[in-house]
Each structure stands twice: as structure tokens, then as C-alpha cells.
Write a protein that binds this ligand. Structure first.
Ligand code: ANZ
Ligand code: ZN
Length: 807
């Protein structure tokens, strides 16, 4: 009988669906719970791609194994379906985004089922379903009521092509993460979420989590904690100019100041300036640049010195020039710095160009007129700094900070790079923000009993050219009454960003149909936290950070039972095209899972994508290796002929099986899927060499079942196991006996020139090299080798090694 995957796979998929094989309950009296999570897909028109298949297959393997290990496993799937690609498609093709989303979801679901994933389909969610986004809106209202959502006018990242505001996290190297168009700054009124309020906790609580190290590091760097001081310099106008510095010890070396071009004092000073026009022109030029362009280290420094206002260094009363320059960002610290050219590279370059004074205040480096010297905490010694002279940098910082505090001109300060989260999008296909504006009462939250605030049907989804949402044109929907005074009011017309619905979706899976709460307390108490979450590195400082923030907030207001949403986070590498290049339409190297499944079957696809290489690393697709995986499954299938018919379950390959169980079990848990599969391949070779009993087959099939579940169920049935014990996926994971994983050893006699020198033990049937190495390592032999060299070795398998030496 041939391995006919095309009939086997649909047969089992149908059965799993009909029998709800992978459905799980929100309780179990006897099993521990295990919540396995993968990032739900954006249902794009292209359908599922191999980039989805890698993490999904991996967690499916883990989930299937954990079920066999005796866990009550929650492994859910859904769709993150609001967002621009669907909206853009809808605009282009004149189809309602809801219809586009619906059709794409049908296609995704079919593909996910085609790959045999063991999701609990009763828990499927869709972020664009009003029954779902009702709770996204509800969470927003709670954030608002707790002062964590606010509206403000600020310069924001504006994508010139999407005509839409982007979060900092969505701007990559100065361009829109999504479409690659340039991002400029634009003043707009935006809803903001105060993620900064959670900055410290988002760092601290990483400690208790099993996140892979690079995720922790990226999140910490993104949050960017730095400690230092704020110091108030006086201006000759009498105004205070507050600066943030991480190096208050260098105050005596501050020879000029720099304000960001957006600094608010500039407005006030403009009439006093002799070069106001020059200042204004510089401000206009800076406005069109991204933060990245502005802070690039090796770019030529530019700036304008203010004519008519100076600063006063508070430690020595010296008047120093004030510049504006785009290398100082408005959005970090206080938007103003004291410049210490002797010890800061950027300041040094600027000082050289503009002829500012360079005063060394930390000794121990090269001549500071030639290059800036970045002093080390422990070794740099303060000079030219009066009462700080002779102290190390490390000791000087607390001394000067205390001095500043006593004089009332400064204080210790911790700053974070993290900015508040820009939460408005001027687009249609997103959750409406449930806020109402009344001329009398200001912004008012929509009463909770009016949720969900449905997204109305519009005729055109195009954003307006002035950057307002298409909803702003729906005058009937926009005009409403004030929930507070009952007077006329208007609705917010911005919608939420793509990241809203995914910030809490893992909670909804716990209790997907609840209409009283986002999920019941019981369900959340049982399933929280997610035990294992695998997802892309690209989400580290977006979704992963946002959802940790929302979860901490929900914890603070008593909605969820744990401080952190995810206990463990792992991440997979990218799948590249054949030849190691990124898959892309233009390169014509995109692999479509549909084609692979049609040609080789889902089990081959699954096996291959797990065999392709180290899970955390990028791996290139290879058609030949796919064929190799198919051949392996054929070989497993054909073992049915080799397998003895007898009912004797005694394994023929006992040692090999126990070793394989040990390896495959720990490899799956460590996400070393490729080496687990290699171990199964070598086990199959043993079966072909030695024959196999039903006991052998049963162990092999169970270990293979997470990778190739359809074929295994079919063979399990054909070999009669199903009739005795039920489906393979419901069997206990095979156990191994440690003592049976150790290879039997034999004792070899070790001779030198025919005289017995001792014995060594090596595994049975060891090759010659292993025997010789063991013999030469014997103490007595090793001693002789200090004065003699080996001429020849003779090995008699499993008996002796004779070494011939000469001086
Ligand atoms: C004086 C000084 C002397 C500085 C020295 C550094 C070295 P991090 O570590 O990233 O927090 N700075 C402060 N606000 C800034 C802004 N809005 N735009 C650009 N630069 C800014 O960096 C803090 C340091 O970066 C601060 O410490 C300040 O320069 C600069 F030997 O002050 B420092
Ligand atoms: Zn009102």
C-alpha cells in the first residue's frame, strides 16, 4: 500500500474537527494546565505564508507533546484583522473592508486546518468582531478613567503615503515600517497612552520571566533608562533653562548650551534676538527631519548661536553661549543640554566647528583639544573643578548632585527613552475610540453601556488630505449628545492603532464568548499566565511591550490575576528563499504552503519546516531537503511491511528506542526540533537494520506524531493500535528508562609491545579509533608516551588494543 497523503490528511482533519479532538475545558480536576500561544496572523489577501508555518508548527509540536505528557492544553488561534493593508485593498477594489476581512479569514482558516494544527477551534477570535472590540474599547475607557489616556497636540510621525500617524515603534530608520515611505513630523492632536508610567516596572519585572535573553535586552534598551541629574542654568533674561545630564560631575567643563530647535523658551526670546530670522529658518529645516537623521553620530553638526541671550553656568557664574541645534531632541530629557566638549563626542565636534571653548575636567586621557575623552567611572579623576578635584567620576557624581540639591538648582533624575504611545490613527478600519467632545464639558467617555461603539458604514475609506479620518465626513455619526450635560457634542473620529486588539487577545481566548466581561475571573485564574509564547523578534518593542503594559494596568485595577501576561517567550528565525535571500514577490522566490502541501502533503511540510535548521536562526528553503523529508515519511510508512505481525510487543531495538525517547523529549522542550527529527531518522535506520516489533513501532509513531500527525494516526489505525487504545494523539508520551539508555560496555586489555599494562572499558562494538584513544589515555601508557612514540596500533574488536612504541 502506498503512502497516500492526499486521502489520509483530509480524513484526519475532518475527524479532528468533528470530534473536537483538541477542544479544552477551562478546568481539569487531574491535569496541570498548559497555555501555548502563537502570534495570531493578520489575515492578508496573500494568505498564510511559510513565515507563519514555522512558529505555528513549532508550537503545535510542543502543544501536541504536552497533551501526551498529560497537560490540559489551551492552544488557540484567531485573527488580528483591523489595519491598513485591508483598508488599502478595500479602497483600491471598492469592497467593504469587513467583506475583505471575512473572505481572507475563510482562506486562512482553511490553510491552518490544511496544515493539521491542533487548535481549539471553538475559541477562534477576530479583533474586528464587535463582540470582541467592545472589550478593546472598554479597556481604553478604563485607561482614560485612570488618567492613562489623554489627548494632546504634539509633533508626531506622519507617513506621507499612508497619510497616517505612526508610533515611534512603527518608524524604522526614518521610514514607515509598513510602506517604506518617508516619515515627517507634523503637529496633530492625538490620543496618547501613558506607557511611560510603567517604564520602570516593565524593566524590573523582566527578571522573573523566562524570556530569551535577546528579547529582554531589546526591551530594556528600548525603554532606555538613564540616571543623572536635572540642573537649572539661568539665562541672562532671568529664565531658567533646565538641562538633563548623565554627567553632572562635568559641570565645570560646560562651556556652552544647546536647546532643541523646538524649545519653548525660543518663542519668548524671539523678539530679543538679533538673528531671529536665522533662528526661524533653522527651526523650519529641523522640523522636516526625523529623530534618526538628527541624532546620527557621524553627520555634520549644524546650529545657530543665539544673538542676545546667554546662559550662566551655576557652578562658576560664567556666561556661556546658547545655541540651537538639531542634535538635541525636543522629546528627550528637557530638550536642552549643557555641552561638555572635552568629554562628549557630539559636543566636541560641535565645539570644533563653532569655535567653542574646550575645558578638560576629567584627566586620564589624550589631549582633549584633539579628541573628546569619555572617562571611565572608576579611573577618571576630576580636575579644574574646585571642590570636585581629585575625586573619581563615580564619587564626584553624588557629591555634585548633593551640592546642586542643597543650592536648590538641581536634583537627581532618572530618564527613559520610552515615549508615551501615540494611540490615534486617522483611518477607517480600526476600533472607534469611544470618546465624545462637548464644547462645555470637554472630552467625555462614552458610558460603558453604550459599548460597543460600532464602526459605521462609510462610502469612501480614503483618508482626507488634511489628515482626518474618513469617519470625520460622516456628520450624522459624528454628531451626538454629551454624556455629561446632554448638549450637542461630537464623537472622536480617529480610530485605534493596529496594536490595540492584540494587546489583550490572549485573555479573550480563555473565555471567548463572555458578554459580561473580557473573560471570567475563573477562566483567567485558571489559565493565566500564558505558559509559553513564541513569536517574532520584530514584535519585541511593539506588541510584546504594549501588551505587557496593558496587562500590568489591568492587574492594577484588579481585572487580571497576574502581573505579567507571558511566563516564557521564545522566538524563531526567518525562512529565506532558496539561495538564502529574503522571500519576496520581486525575487520570485516565495514558497506557498498550498503548493508544498499539494505536492508532498502537510506532514512533509511540517516535518521539513521543523527540520530546516536551528529554530532561532534564519534558514534557507531547499526543495531537495523537502523531498528528503518526504522520502523519510515514505520509509516510515513502508516499515509497516517490515514490522512483525506477531503480538509480541517486546522491542527489538530497546537501547535505540530509550535513547531516542530521551533525546526527542528534551529536544522538543528545547525547541531543537531539527535534532529531534534527526534522532527519529536514525531510529528508523535501526529498524530497517534490525527489524522491528509492534512495540518498536508504537514508540516510533508516538514520537513522530507531533511532527507528522496525519500519517501517524493512519498507521496507528492500520497497525491495530487505535482499536486497542484510541487515537495516537491521546496516548501518553512514551517513557524511557535511564538505565536502558546507557550503551553496554566491554573491557579491553591494553598491551604495549605485547605486555599487559591494564584495561579500559568502551561501548560495545566501538570503532578502532575510540579503542586506541581509550588505551593511550591509560595512566601507565600515557607515562610511557612521554619518552616514546607510537609506531603502530593493533585493535581486536571488543577484546584488546596492542600499542607498539619506540623511543
Ligand atoms: C553633559 C555630558 C557630559 C553628557 C558628558 C554626556 C557626557 P543618555 O545616556 O542617552 O541618557 N542629552 C540630554 N538630553 C538630550 C537631548 N534631548 N538630545 C540630545 N542629547 C541629550 O544621554 C544623556 C546625555 O545626552 C546627557 O548627558 C546630555 O549630555 C545628552 F561627558 O550632559 B550629557
Ligand atoms: Zn457636555
Amino acid at each position: 500500500m502506498k503512502y497516500d497523503f492526499a486521502s489520509i490528511e483530509p480524513k484526519w482533519q475532518k475527524k479532528w474537527l468533528e470530534e473536537k479532538t483538541f477542544h479544552c475545558e477551562n478546568h481539569s480536576s487531574d491535569k496541570p494546565k498548559f497555555y501555548a500561544l502563537v502570534e495570531f496572523p493578520y489575515p492578508s489577501g496573500q494568505g498564510l505564508h511559510v513565515g507563519h508555518a514555522r512558529p505555528y508548527t513549532a508550537m503545535d509540536v510542543v502543544a501536541r507533546k504536552r497533551r501526551m505528557d498529560g497537560y490540559n492544553v489551551l492552544f488557540p488561534m484567531g485573527y488580528d484583522a483591523f489595519g491598513l493593508p485591508t483598508e488599502n485593498y478595500a479602497i483600491k477594489n471598492h469592497i467593504h473592508p469587513a467583506k475583505v476581512t471575512h473572505d481572507n479569514i475563510q482562506n486562512f482558516r482553511r490553510q491552518l486546518q490544511m496544515l493539521g494544527y491542533s487548535f481549539d477551534w471553538d475559541r477562534e477570535i477576530n479583533t474586528t468582531d464587535p463582540a470582541y472590540y467592545k472589550w478593546t474599547q472598554w479597556i481604553f475607557l478604563q485607561l482614560y478613567k485612570h488618567g492613562l489616556a489623554y489627548k494632546t497636540t504634539m509633533p508626531v510621525n506622519w507617513c506621507t503615503s499612508c497619510k497616517c500617524v505612526l508610533a515611534n515603534e512603527e518608524v524604522v530608520e526614518g521610514v514607515c515600517e509598513r510602506c517604506g515611505s518617508p516619515v515627517i513630523r507634523k503637529e496633530k492632536s492625538q490620543w496618547m497612552l501613558k506607557i511611560t508610567e510603567y517604564a520602570q516596572r516593565l524593566i524590573d519585572d523582566l527578571d522573573g520571566l523566562d524570556f530569551i535573553e535577546r528579547v529582554k535586552i531589546q526591551q530594556k534598551n528600548w525603554i532606555g533608562r538613564s540616571t543623572g541629574a536635572e540642573v537649572a542654568f539661568k539665562a541672562t533674561t532671568g529664565d531658567d533653562i533646565v538641562v538633563f545630564t548623565t554627567r553632572p560631575d562635568t559641570l565645570f567643563g560646560a562651556t556652552y548650551m544647546v536647546l532643541s530647535p523646538e524649545h519653548e523658551l525660543l518663542k519668548k526670546w524671539m523678539p530679543l534676538l538679533g538673528n531671529a530670522d536665522e533662528v526661524k529658518a533653522y527651526q523650519a529645516a529641523a522640523a522636516s527631519k526625523s529623530d534618526l537623521e538628527r541624532t546620527e553620530l557621524n553627520k555634520e553638526k549644524t546650529g545657530v548661536c543665539l544673538d542676545g541671550v546667554k546662559g550662566v553656568n551655576p557652578v562658576n557664574g560664567r556666561e556661556i553661549p546658547i545655541f540651537i541645534s538639531d542634535y538635541v531632541l525636543a522629546t528627550y530629557g528637557t530638550g536642552a543640554i549643557m555641552a561638555v566638549p572635552a568629554h562628549d563626542d557630539r559636543d566636541w565636534e560641535f565645539a570644533k566647528k563653532f569655535g567653542c571653548e574646550i575645558i578638560e575636567v576629567v584627566s586620564g586621557g589624550e589631549n582633549v583639544q584633539k579628541a573628546a575623552f569619555t572617562a571611565k567611572d572608576e579611573t577618571g579623576i576630576l580636575v579644574n573643578s574646585e571642590f570636585l578635584n581629585g575625586l573619581t567620576v563615580k564619587d564626584a557624581i553624588p557629591v555634585i548632585t548633593k551640592w546642586l540639591e542643597e543650592k536648590g538648582i538641581g536634583k537627581a533624575k532618572v530618564n527613559y527613552k520610552l515615549r508615551d504611545w501615540v494611540f490615534s490613527r486617522q483611518r477607517y478600519w480600526g476600533e472607534p475610540i469611544p470618546m465624545v467632545y462637548c464644547e462645555t464639558c470637554g472630552w467625555q467617555p462614552l458610558p460603558e453601556d453604550q459599548l460597543p461603539l460600532l464602526l459605521p458604514d462609510v462610502e469612501s475609506y480614503e483618508p482626507t488630505d488634511d489628515g482626518e479620518s474618513p469617519l470625520s465626513k460622516m456628520t450624522e455619526w459624528v454628531s451626538t449628545t454629551c454624556p455629561h450635560c446632554g448638549g450637542p457634542a461630537r464623537r472622536e473620529t480617529d480610530t485605534m492603532p493596529q496594536w490595540a486588539g492584540s494587546s489583550w487577545y490572549f485573555l479573550r481566548y480563555m473565555d471567548p464568548c463572555n458578554d459580561k466581561a473580557l473573560a471570567s475571573q475563573e477562566a483567567m485564574a485558571y489559565w493565566s499566565p500564558v505558559d509559553w509564547y513564541n513569536g517574532g523578534m520584530e514584535h519585541t518593542t511593539l506588541h510584546l511591550l504594549y501588551s505587557r503594559f496593558w496587562h500590568k494596568f489591568l492587574y492594577d485595577i484588579g481585572v487580571v490575576p497576574t502581573k505579567e501576561p507571558y511566563q516564557k517567550r521564545t522566538s524563531h528565525g526567518m525562512i529565506l528563499g532558496e539561495g538564502g535571500e529574503k522571500m519576496s514577490k520581486s525575487r520570485g522566490n516565495v514558497i506557498n504552503p498550498n503548493d508544498v502541501v499539494a505536492q508532498y502533503g502537510a506532514d512533509t511540510m511540517r516535518l521539513y519546516i521543523m527540520f530546516i535548521g536551528d529554530f532561532e536562526k534564519a534558514a534557507a528553503w531547499s526543495d531537495n531537503a523537502v523531498k528528503g523529508c518526504k522520502r523519510f515519511l515514505d520509509r516510515v510508512w513502508n516499515l509497516m511491511d517490515a514490522c512483525t505481525d506477531s503480538l509480541d510487543y517486546t522491542p527489538v531495538n530497546e537501547l535505540a528506542i530509550h535513547k531516542a525517547i530521551k533525546k526527542v523529549s528534551s529536544d522538543i522542550e528545547a525547541m531543537k526540533f531539527n535534532t529531534a527529527i534527526a534522532a527519529l531518522m536514525s531510529l528508523v535506520n535501526d529498524f530497517y537494520a534490525n527489524g522491528c516489533s509492534k512495540g518498536d513501532m508504537s514508540a516510533l509513531l508516538l514520537m513522530l506524531s507531533p511532527f507528522a500527525p496525519h500519517m501517524v494516526e493512519e498507521m496507528w489505525e492500520l497497525l491495530g493500535f487505535a482499536a486497542e487504545r484510541g487515537m495516537a494523539c491521546r496516548q501518553p508520551w512514551p517513557a524511557y528508562d535511564e538505565s536502558k539508555t546507557i550503551e553496554a560496555e566491554v573491557t579491553l586489555a591494553v598491551q604495549v609491545g605485547g605486555k599487559l599494562k591494564g584495561t579500559v572499558s568502551v561501548p560495545v562494538d566501538s570503532d578502532d579509533q575510540t579503542c586506541v584513544d581509550a588505551a593511550l589515555a591509560l595512566d601507565k601508557v600515557a607515562k610511557m608516551l612521554e619518552t616514546m612514540t607510537v609506531v603502530k596500533t593493533i585493535v581486536v574488536k571488543n577484546k584488546l588494543v596492542n600499542v607498539v612504541m619506540k623511543p
